[in-house]
Design a protein around this ligand. Sequence first.
Ligand SMILES: Cc1ncc(COP(=O)(O)O)c(C=O)c1O
Length: 442
Amino acid sequence: MNKKISNDWVKRSRKAVWHPYTQMKHHENFPMIALEKAKGCWLYDYDGHRYFDAISSWWVNLFGHSNTKINAALTKQLNTLEHAMLAGFTHRPVVELSERLARLTQNNLGHVFYGSDGASAVEIALKMSFHFWVNSGQKKKNEFVCLRNSYHGETLGALSVSDISLYKDVYGNLLNQVNVVDGPDSRHKNVEEKTVDYCLEKLEQILQLKNDRLAAVILEPLVQGAAGMVMYDAAYVNGARRLCDKYGVHLIADEIAVGFGRTGTMFACEQANVWPDFLVLSKGISGGYLPLSLVMTTEDIYQAFYSNDIAKGFLHSHTYTANPLACTAALTVLDIFESERILSANRILSLKIKKELQWVASDCRFADFRNLGMMFAFEVQGGNLGIHFPRKVFREAAKHELLLRPIGQTIYVVPPYTTSDEEIVHLSESLKKTLNKVLGSK
Ligand SMILES: Cc1ncc(COP(=O)(O)O)c(C=O)c1O
């Protein structure tokens, strides 16, 4: 095996690379893993170990690593047009992708603006909403509403509309004020404060009070991912849409984590029978290959920017806007959705995984086993297990050929859509062995 090579990469990485979402000192006790390659649902390190990618590499990988179809499309595109600026130019992949995405919203959201990562697309949506109101003569509408424990990314604007103190508090002085309202949580059906009706009432109160100063409400439809895979009823999204319409405030749906089939439908908003004013997409869009994000919006909003006055235009850009390779990966993802009837195949896959994980629901060490589409989560009981619990689980899971990254005491799996029957069994058994070891057997 290549232990020496692996150690060398790890050592050099600790010296030269500042890793994301990491207290680097923790790596003194929790060594990172140097990856050599990936194929299908598996990641491989230099020591000859493999890991089932149960979290789809931070929720992005839909159709497996090194996917033959995406590889072929990218190779072709690489030899055709790798990149050119999008200001003053256009190209086939961006036009086709925009048209196809618009069709998926039945042309309700027919204008697509491109970003790179999720947070940058959230910034675009926030700026566009505010700028729309400025262009419409309502300059005072410069505040936003977000849900308790929401997560929309780490850049300053996105962090301003997020509500997770671990990521946010230290930067408080740099951030804009935001109006935080309680959101529903299906884990607490009997707690009034967590019900859809109560939370819609709270939302209405703030909209009634401040609608002349509010630009938009932003939410993660159906699942608040980083909050700990908090799932809630589509009726809330439907109600939020109705209230936003009533009080003249935009609705921004951040489907960065839940879009592209994760919750069972192509877009989570479809389950609420509504379209937002701004639909924000990223992560799965490129099948986990390349950074790509975008914001889709309506004809009305687009028209408010369409003018002889340059300052009324949306003068936002980034250098790699709609990179042709990233757009090609996204087009191939859409092809695979169609040709392999992924949404209906996922309905069966989701049931199989849920069935295999039934032991979780009957184990008293766990609570609130929940599932929506290709997302599964549960809580570990037993009081506070300490800040190192997620890292301990990560390390133990790796020994059982599994990639897991709990959020606090929430264990979740969001596997690739190409997970096979054999891999489902592996996922379930490795998960059980991991938790038995970390928590002690029942
Ligand atoms: C709902 C949601 N919004 C925004 C983001 C930020 O995306 P990125 O990490 O690509 O900036 C994430 C990332 O997990 C997310 O889950």
